[in-house]
Write a protein that binds this ligand. Structure first.
Ligand SMILES: [Zn+2]
Length: 66
């Protein structure tokens, strides 16, 4: 199914610190610090990601984090 193709591509983009929707480097997104020490990154395309400084990784924000 299509989802099985998209997921690895999204994971690859995130591992490079790029938005899964538009490919923009997430460094350029709007960054706000969250209560638990992580950063919420809002991309210009409206997607929201969480950056964890401990693991230095990005991931998609969960529904309750948006
Ligand atoms: Zn984007």
């Amino acid at each position: 199914m299509l989802k099985n193709i998209i997921a690895p591509v999204q994971a690859w983009l995130l591992s490079r610190g790029q938005c899964v929707g538009c490919g923009m480097p997430l460094k350029k997104g709007k960054k706000t610090k969250t209560k638990n020490g992580r950063f919420k990154i809002t991309c210009k395309c409206g997607r929201v990601f969480i950056y964890d400084p401990e693991t230095e990784k990005y991931r998609r924000a969960l529904f309750e984090e948006v």
